[in-house]
Structure formats: structure tokens, C-alpha cells
Design a protein. Structure first.
Ligand SMILES: Nc1ncnc2c1ncn2[C@@H]1O[C@H](COP(=O)(O)OP(=O)(O)OP(=O)(O)O)[C@@H](O)[C@H]1O
Ligand SMILES: [Mg+2]
Lengths: 282, 390
């Protein structure tokens, strides 16, 4: 049996009357590369936000390494408004701020890159090291934790070196070309020392060459950092080549899942999504 | 790395030089000469610089737009004054109330340890002023820090006004002396060394030294891992949270430390002035500080210091003549009447804001410009294409 890393059970996210994610269950096992695909507005990013604590799902449960990190059921006004299924199945409420979830070793990147724009490449990575350092504001200000600071700096530098970004360390993040900004965002996520990384459209805005290189890059970080990868992506070449398994969302509902071949040949997926993508690419 | 070291050494040498210069000036300028104003405005600038940097720590480095500075300064000033009025003077100060506080730190420590104890007592009262402000900040942080930008500004501004009213409340009179001023506490002019019949005045030096220490601590905070976390919050709250930075905790730390130094600045302002009265800490004062921060550059510590000097020197010294009929070589008693200074001052500020949108320093520090000037004029850089290795 493969070791389960991340599990979503009946995750439903309802904004007012809009059900953005509808009763979505899935799992990611250790070392896998799993992709989440679907048309625009299908609820993919919303699913990520439910996992990482940005949103509190209306119903459902998220488990990480066997520990429940998110759980909710319709409450208050939502009790009457709720349009989803499995109302009453969950009774606990577990909710964490995103930083607590990151601390539990989930890292993420954002669909529309969110770097610390005015800061240097080095500072961007160094900030991600802050969370795990053993210091407090007093020891940090008065340099009693200088050793810890040095360790953080060394680790950030070696991470930049591994990611081939070392020569850019003093550049301002917003001055980097798009492709490198994406790479920096991944490097920054790696600096939080995750066991699973969530990538939201890592190839968006990249040129074909960069997209091509991304395949080996993602495989490489999986090996080097012993990662599990869960990614949202629209580039079907990339998704089909790299994924062990794929989940397909459409209007918030999972319409298919399986290996790339299975999903590619699923008529529902072709109708809802792949047909559209191919049309667009012709 | 090497570069950073030389920069730090240059800064320290510069500050030491400035402090020595102030000691000398303080001895040679006679209190009755026109240049005596230089010392007065230097003191006030140093105090304003501390408060401006504390405001910058929030507005410029953490991205929290708070306008409570005057309220926290008030708390620092009152705490300081209350704990340094000598016992013998209390009846005269609390004329209308039965004073509740009998404790004077400088007196108690001074009796036990002499002049060292006196200094210690003063220092303790200043720090207590900061701590009171920080403690109050901690408590009001719970509701207020969850608000977003403009709402936070309005809430803190309102809070400062409430504090001002509260300190004038007659029920608190036994402690705060109600609407009456506190006076006869330990002031800056107590800092001097008397040897026979020569007196070495050290009030300007002490103020400057203390301001340097306060600003130094804030700079060390800004350059620490926590300072980086503050900047991350300023840049992008969502990303900062995703990188494991607890928003609320870090905002609260920044808020409390900023208010601590605002309180300390208030205590210093009390020492500078003759009296402490709640009515002097109106939101006007907050806007003066905000002006300094914007003028110097949001996100620049040296900018705030330069802004404080320019603001205080101009408002209290250089433009004085504009109110009294004579300014530089212009002699026009008809135009240069009371209030004209404010007109010129506002126009000047508008010009600065229009032409230096991001303040004098932007978000850069002094060494950055020093380096740029040096690179341009002193060191002959090889022209492009002539670099070593082709
Ligand atoms: N905070 C919110 N409030 C209200 N509606 C929201 C919110 N966030 C997302 N939605 C809605 O949820 C739906 C799903 O959006 P989501 O961003 O998850 O789509 P997506 O699958 O990531 O699409 P894309 O491929 O374009 O990134 C959309 O209809 C969106 O308008
Ligand atoms: Mg999306």
C-alpha cells in the first residue's frame, strides 16, 4: 500500500449561492505527481485554497499525513443556504491559518506569481526560512541568535545554488523575467522544507522551451527534496507526460480521475475540457 | 559582505563624531546667543526622529497604516512625568487633587546610589513610559490589528483622541492631574556635570545619545529575521502567510515595538518641554510625524531622521522670521505676520511632495546614495566594454 500524504474528503466550497468546489474527494500518495485539470473557473485554485487554509471549506475534511488539518460543516446562515451533499457527515471544526498549514510541510506557489516584489531574490528565500528558525524577536534583534541567522543564510544560499539562481541573489525579484520569477517562487516554497508541494499552473506564461524544461525540473525536485507533487496545469503535453494520476474538475465536480491514458480517453473529459483545449490549440 | 562592514563602520564613526561635536558646541554656545536655538532644535529633532522612525517601522516596513502616535507619546510622557516628580514638589503640582502616586524613581534611586542612581531612575521612568504604551498597544491590538489599511488608520486615530480625553478626566485627577499640567519633574537640563564653578552641559548630548540608541535598536530589528518578516507582510500578506509567517503575531510585535518607542519619544518630549499636558498631544502631532515620515521617505530610516531635522529646523528656527516681520534680508512687517510661516511651510511641503513623490530618500538608506555619489565622481569606473576580461 502506498503511503497516503494528502487526502480530501467531500470538500465543498460554497460562496454565497455559488458552489465553486462540489463534494470533491481525492488523495495523493507519497512520491506521486498528481495533476488537477479542468476548464477555467472549474474550482481548481479554490481547492488549493481550501487545503492551504486561505479559505475555510463549507463542508468536508482534509487530512495530511493522517492528521486532520481542515474540517468543517455548514454553520450559521450556511445551514439553510447549503446546496452540497453530505450535510451532517462532519461534526468537528478544524481550522488553521495558512502559516500553520505551511508549518505542517505543505508548500505552495500561486497562479499569478506572488513574490515579495521589492525585495531581493535572496531575501525572498530567506524569509521562507524564518518560520522554522529557533529565535524570538529579542534574540533576533540583539543578535543572540546569530548562529541561527547564519544557518538560515547558508541554507538559503545553497538552495539558490541548487536552483541555479545564485548569480541573481541580489537582484530585485520583480526585475526577473517571468520564467525565472516562477522558478524563484518554487525555490521560495522549497525553502519552507515541505514534504508536499502544490503548484498552481507552474507553466503559465512560460515559453515552449521553458515549459519543456519544466517536466524534468519537476521530476528533479521531486527526487532531490523527496517531495510529493500536486499540481494544477493547463498544458496537456506537460500534464500527460509527467503525472502519475490526474483528477478532472468541471463546475466544481470531479468528472473523472485515473492515469493519463484513462483520463485522455474518457468521453466526459473530452467533452468538457480536452476537446475545448484542442480546439483552442488548432 | 565586506561592503556592509565598511558601511557599518562609517555609520558608527559618523555618529560618534556628531556626538562629540555636540558636546563641544554645547560648551561654546552661550545660552543667550542666537545660536542657542541650534541646540534646542537639535534636541527636538532627535526626539521627533525617534517617533518618526517608530512610525516608519509600522507604516513603511510592516505596511500597517496607524495614526495613533500622539496617543502613545502622551502615555509615555505622562508615565515619565508622574514617576519623576520629586515628593517635595507633588503638593504644588497636584494642587487640586490628592495625589495617589508618591513614588519618584530618580529620588528613590538617587538617595540610594547618588547620581548614578538618579540617572538609573530617569532611565527607568523613560522605559516604563515605553512599556505602558506597548502594553496598551498589545491590548488594543486585538480588535484593531484585524482591520485593513484605512480602517486601521481611523481606529488608531480615534483611539488616540480617546486616550487624550481619558487623561483629562477628573476622576483620574489624582494620577494624571486632570486637565492641569504636570511639571517640576526631571527635565533635560538636569543633565550636566558641575565641577566647582564650571558646568558642563550635557542635555543635547544626552538627548542625541539616547535617540541614537533607540533608532539603533529599531534598525537592528529591521535588519533581523523579524524585520524581513515585517517586510514580507508589507509586500504581500497572502504570500507571507503561505511562507509560514503568522500575520497576527508579527503585526502585533511590530505594533507593540513601534508604540514602545513612541512612548519613549513621548517621555523624551516631556523632558524637553517644561510641562506635560494632554492637550499638547493632539492628532496634529501625529500628522507632523507622518509628514516627517513621508518627507523623508516611507521605508527609509535615514530618511525619517533627515525629515525630522528638516521639519523641526524649518518650523521652529529657519522660518521663524516669517512670523515676526523680518526673514533673511526681506523686511516686510506688513506681509510677514503671525501665521505667514505656516503658509510658506505648507507650500514648501507641497513642492517637496510634488517633486520628490517618494520622499527625499525613497526607500533607500544614506549609504546607498553615498555609494552612488562615490561611484559617479570619485572612483573612475572602467567604461562599458573596457572591463577586465573584455
Ligand atoms: N473569494 C471568492 N468569492 C466568490 N467566488 C469565488 C471566490 N474565489 C473563487 N470564486 C469563484 O469560484 C469559481 C472557481 O474559481 P477558481 O479560481 O477556483 O477556478 P480555477 O479552476 O482555478 O480556474 P482557472 O483555470 O481560471 O484558474 C469561479 O466561478 C470563481 O468566480
Ligand atoms: Mg486557478
Amino acid at each position: 500500500m502506498a503511503e497516503n500524504v494528502l487526502r480530501l474528503e467531500d470538500i465543498t466550497m460554497q460562496f454565497g449561492g455559488v458552489v465553486a468546489v462540489d463534494n470533491f474527494s481525492m488523495e495523493v500518495n507519497k512520491g506521486e505527481i498528481v495533476a488537477l485539470i479542468g476548464p477555467n473557473g472549474a474550482g481548481k485554485t479554490t481547492a488549493f485554497n481550501c487545503i492551504t487554509g486561505v479559505y475555510e471549506p463549507t463542508n468536508g475534511r482534509v487530512t495530511l499525513h493522517g492528521e486532520v488539518i481542515v474540517e468543517n460543516h455548514p454553520q450559521g446562515k450556511m445551514k439553510d443556504l447549503y446546496k452540497g451533499e453530505n450535510n451532517g457527515k462532519y461534526t468537528n471544526v478544524v481550522s488553521h491559518t495558512p502559516d500553520k498549514i505551511t508549518y505542517r510541510e505543505i508548500a505552495r506557489t500561486f497562479q499569478n506569481i506572488r513574490l515579495f516584489k521589492a525585495l531581493t531574490v535572496f531575501d525572498n528565500v530567506l524569509i521562507a526560512k524564518h518560520m522554522r528558525a529557533k529565535h524570538n524577536v529579542f534574540s533576533s534583534t540583539f543578535r543572540f541568535s546569530a548562529k541561527e541567522e547564519r544557518r538560515m543564510r547558508d541554507e538559503a544560499l545553497s538552495l539558490l545554488e541548487e536552483q541555479n539562481l545564485l548569480h541573481l541573489k541580489d537582484s530585485i525579484a520583480s526585475s526577473l523575467p517571468y520564467g525565472l520569477q516562477r522558478r524563484l517562487e518554487i525555490a521560495r516554497a522549497l525553502a519552507t522544507e515541505p514534504s508536499i508541494i502544490l503548484l498552481d499552473e507552474p507553466a503559465a506564461g512560460m515559453n515552449p522551451q521553458e515549459t519543456f524544461e519544466l517536466t524534468s525540473f519537476i521530476r528533479q525536485i521531486r527526487e532531490e527534496y523527496k517531495l510529493t507533487v500536486f499540481m494544477i496545469e493547463h498544458h496537456m503535453d506537460l500534464v500527460m507526460k509527467i503525472s502519475d494520476r490526474i483528477y478532472v474538475l468541471d463546475f466544481g465536480k470531479m468528472i473523472s480521475h485515473g492515469t493519463p491514458t484513462e483520463v485522455q480517453n474518457d468521453q466526459k473529459v473530452i467533452d468538457a475540457y480536452l476537446g475545448v483545449v484542442e480546439d483552442a490549440e488548432d | 559582505m565586506e561592503n556592509k562592514k565598511t558601511q557599518n563602520i562609517t555609520t558608527v564613526v559618523g555618529i560618534v563624531f556628531l556626538l562629540l561635536l555636540v558636546i563641544v558646541l554645547e560648551q561654546i554656545i552661550s545660552p543667550t546667543s542666537t545660536m542657542a536655538m541650534l541646540l534646542t532644535v537639535t534636541k527636538k529633532s532627535a526626539i521627533y526622529a525617534v517617533v518618526a522612525v517608530s512610525m516608519n517601522l509600522l507604516n513603511g516596513f510592516t505596511g500597517l497604516f496607524s495614526l495613533g502616535q500622539a496617543g502613545f507619546m502622551l502615555m509615555g510622557a505622562y508615565t515619565y512625568a508622574i514617576f519623576t516628580i520629586p515628593r517635595a514638589e507633588r503638593d504644588a503640582v497636584y494642587y487640586y487633587y490628592d495625589q495617589a502616586m508618591e513614588l519618584s524613581f530618580p529620588e528613590v534611586f538617587g538617595n540610594a546610589l547618588g547620581s548614578v542612581g538618579f540617572l538609573l531612575g530617569v532611565l527607568l521612568a523613560i522605559i516604563l513610559g515605553g512599556l505602558v504604551a506597548a502594553a496598551v498597544a498589545y491590548v488594543i491590538g486585538f480588535p484593531v490589528l484585524r482591520l485593513k489599511s484605512d480602517y486601521l488608520a481611523i481606529a488608531t486615530l480615534g483611539f488616540a483622541e480617546i486616550i487624550r480625553a481619558l487623561f483629562q478626566w477628573t476622576k483620574l485627577g489624582p494620577i494624571t492631574n486632570g486637565a492641569n499640567p504636570l511639571k517640576n519633574y526631571v527635565r533635560l537640563n538636569s543633565f550636566k556635570i558641575e565641577m566647582g564653578d564650571t558646568t558642563i552641559g550635557l542635555s543635547t548630548f544626552t538627548t542625541l545619545l539616547f535617540a541614537t540608541i533607540c533608532i539603533g535598536i529599531m534598525v537592528m530589528l529591521i535588519n533581523s529575521s523579524y524585520g524581513r518578516a515585517f517586510k514580507a507582510i508589507r509586500e504581500d500578506e497572502v504570500a507571507a502567510e503561505a511562507m509560514g509567517i503568522n500575520l497576527y503575531k508579527h503585526k502585533q510585535i511590530a505594533f507593540c515595538i513601534s508604540c514602545f518607542f513612541a512612548g519613549v519619544g513621548g517621555a523624551m518630549l516631556a523632558m524637553f518641554a517644561n510641562t506635560v499636558q494632554a492637550n499638547n498631544f493632539k492628532s496634529n502631532m501625529t500628522f507632523e510625524i507622518l509628514l516627517i515620515v513621508v518627507l523623508g521617505g516611507i521605508g527609509s530610516v535615514s530618511g525619517s531622521c533627515i525629515g525630522a531635522v528638516l521639519f523641526v529646523f524649518a518650523a521652529e528656527w529657519w522660518l521663524r522670521g516669517l512670523d515676526s516681520g523680518k526673514w533673511l534680508f526681506i523686511n516686510a512687517p506688513g506681509v510677514l505676520r503671525n501665521g505667514f510661516r505656516l503658509v510658506v511651510f505648507s507650500v514648501g511641503i507641497m513642492i517637496v511632495i510634488l517633486f520628490f513623490r517618494r520622499g527625499i530618500m525613497g526607500d533607500k538608506e544614506l549609504p546607498y546614495y553615498a555609494k552612488r555619489i562615490r561611484d559617479r565622481f570619485i572612483i573612475n569606473k572602467p567604461k562599458a566594454g573596457e572591463k577586465e576580461n573584455g
